[in-house]
Design a protein around this ligand. Sequence first.
Ligand code: PSU
Ligand code: MN
Length: 315
Amino acid sequence: MASHLAQSWLAFSGPVAAARDAGRPLVALESTIIAHGMPYPENVRTAREVEAVIRGLGAEPATIALIDGRIRIGLSDDELERLGRSGKAHKVSRRDLPAVLASGELGATTVAGTMICAALAGIEVFVTGGIGGVHRGAQETFDISADLQELARTSVAVVCAGAKSILDIGLTLEYLETHGVPVLSCGQDNFAAFYTRDSGFRADYRLDDPAGQARFIRTKWDLGLAGGVLLSTPVPEAAAMPSADIDALTQQALDEARAQGITGKAVTPFLLARIKALTGGRSLATNIALVKHNAEVGARLALALARAARGAGPA
Ligand code: PSU
Ligand code: MN
């Protein structure tokens, strides 16, 4: 948990504070996916449905955002609505956190931003859709998401459906290896590719069972190996998109981004919106299905981690 100074920036919602005090496991959720990753009103509806999945399994969801100069851990329905409709929320990664908090403006936290806030709040598990990574052509642009550095340094387990093929998935996994971030896979051997189940790259370790995942994570942290663990799980078969379609459309979206000179933090939202338009909304349905599935995996992990006590040592 954080220092008193950092704690003073946090504001827990009533339900999250109650769950924490009762010792019920918490699951953090990000808000960039709401403000920048999906259109209104599907974004708000999905956020509520994802929270319901987590609650239904006995954990408490804590959606994280910056509102009125506080790091809010858990949002009310009205606050989710405000974030989903605003269109003006800042996209907040590590770099942006002080600026947006100090100004009191509305901020939606990315994977990196949410990891920082979750760690400050003492939350060990965080569910997202897909992580940022090494962009294709990064050898020229240096475009590597701050999510990867955050995974290297901040001790939170991040559940995702892999990374999108708008990224260079092979280089993303290389980068994680260099920085000592273990990549676990649940349900298959390979790392998932967001809209499709198989990235073609093996994850480091396959662990299907939440108790085994929890043991892995506890062991890492008990050893003092700070930093995150990435847990990938594929989109359910029925909701996955055909790879050939998504590859062609991804290439088109990347070409358009280059032609229009899109750079920096605008790249990922641009590509997400274009792929949605180019697939006639089909990608959005896939995105919603995978986040809900990740929420199930994340809630089960949070329950298992709560049982796998710190410092238990070898079995
Ligand atoms: N990938 C997705 N959907 C998303 C994002 C990534 O499939 O909504 C968001 C996440 O919040 C992630 C951020 O942390 O984009 C990464 O942005 P950048 O590439 O600018 O680091
Ligand atoms: Mn970037």
